[in-house]
Design a protein around this ligand. Structure first.
Ligand SMILES: [Zn+2]
Ligand SMILES: [Zn+2]
Length: 391
């Protein structure tokens, strides 16, 4: 690592002030009206940022460098979650039942600080920097898809995003070198329509419980008997509801689950397999069904070259031990949608470990991160942009 002259441009006090402001005023996905207004105000206060809105609650800023060159997009998500905060922080949520429980307040503050630094360095930049403050990461179909569909993103050479996460050392920058960073997450819900009858006369009915449980058992053969062992995937049925009395065959059984994949063709193949199993089993028993299959977020795939560049940049501005080998995150992310327009690099910023005093995971009502981590996010983002846009 080396001390960089631009470190002194980082607005350290505002970084924390902004983070706390957004923490205190969280808004739900697709409803980030006040949040996006505040972000717009702050961006406009910097000067030299051209601001547009791809959707009603997202904000896109553009900084044009002095010289022609590449074009990079940095992304922060801005939405909160329907969680009642229990952190006891002095700047706890003012909006009942809504909380920045996934740390998107920190992402927003980090990207604002990064933008401010870059506006001051624009005379050195070869190319264009865009910053997207993206709405609705937490709610399917996700805001990223809408931002991409707006058509405002084009000719990008890369998109970089970060996520703060507890369980990782404060301020550490965790980058997966190549390939999947998160799993894709899809969901399905099935209603099996049978025909109710007396429990003592099953031959008179069509038992949706038998049909449903048989389907569930077959779904569990997908990962073990259908996809190659090296191809990471999970099929989980997380709910199953049927019947009200021990001696009555019900009319319907309703169940549903989640499908996690890292490979796009496997993702499609599993969906097809699930449909086939449901159809064939229902046909065998004379039941009918309704299937609602929702393709939600694809896996985020890091581009090897871009990931290498971000890692190199992080190592320039942080001590080596703060840039460990990155591992896949367990959650999924709508950041994958930007893969349609450019190569991606998504990395995790350590929000603090249990030993450091940060035991609660993202989405917990007690989720607290170490604010000391934020500055390393800014340093990594700025350094990555400077590396990519140097001549
Ligand atoms: Zn989240
Ligand atoms: Zn998140």
């Amino acid at each position: 690592m080396e001390q960089q002259s631009w470190f002194e441009l980082i607005p350290q006090e505002d970084l924390i002030k902004w983070r706390r402001y957004f923490h205190q005023h969280p808004e739900l996905s697709f409803k980030e009206t006040a949040t996006s207004k505040k972000i717009t105000e702050i961006l406009e206060s910097f000067g030299h940022v051209e601001v547009t809105h791809p959707t009603s609650t997202s904000v896109l800023g553009t900084i044009t460098g002095n010289y022609p060159g590449k074009k990079i997009l940095l992304r922060a998500d801005i939405d909160g979650l329907p969680v009642a905060e229990e952190t006891g922080l002095s700047f706890s949520s003012h909006n009942d039942g809504v909380m920045q429980a996934c740390g998107h307040d920190t992402h927003t503050a980090i990207l604002l600080a990064t933008t401010q630094v870059l506006t001051q360095l624009r005379s050195k930049l070869h190319g264009t920097v865009q910053v997207i403050f993206q709405h609705a990461e937490e709610q399917v179909p996700g805001g990223a898809k809408e931002v991409v569909a707006s058509g405002l993103l084009h000719d990008l050479d890369g998109v970089i995003g970060l996520h703060i996460m507890t369980g990782l050392k404060t301020g550490s920058i965790n980058i997966v070198d190549d390939g999947p960073v998160s799993t894709g997450a899809d969901a399905f819900e099935v209603t099996i329509q049978g025909r109710g009858s007396h429990g003592s006369m099953p031959q008179e009915g069509v038992d949706p419980i038998t049909v449903g449980t048989e389907i569930v058992n077959q779904l569990h053969t997908i990962t073990s008997r259908f996809t190659p062992p090296k191809d990471l995937n999970v099929v989980t049925v997380g709910k199953f509801n049927a019947g009200t009395a021990v001696n009555v065959l019900p009319d319907t059984a309703i169940f549903g689950g989640t499908v996690r994949t890292v490979d796009e063709s496997t993702r499609q193949a599993i969906a097809d397999r699930i449909k086939k199993i449901i159809k064939n089993t229902c046909d065998t028993y004379g039941a009918t069904y309704k299937l609602d299959y929702q393709f939600a977020y694809a896996a985020v795939q890091n581009d090897a070259l871009l990931a290498q560049l971000v890692k190199k940049s992080a190592l320039k501005v942080l001590p080596k031990e703060m840039v460990p080998e990155g591992a896949m995150m367990s959650g999924s992310e709508d950041f994958s949608a930007y893969g349609k327009v450019a190569p991606l690099c998504f990395f995790l910023l350590g929000g603090g470990t249990a030993e450091e005093g940060y035991p609660y995971s993202n989405h917990s009502p007690k989720f607290i991160i170490n604010e000391a981590a934020l500055i390393n996010g800014v340093k990594t983002e700025v350094a990555s942009v400077l590396e990519l846009l140097k001549e």
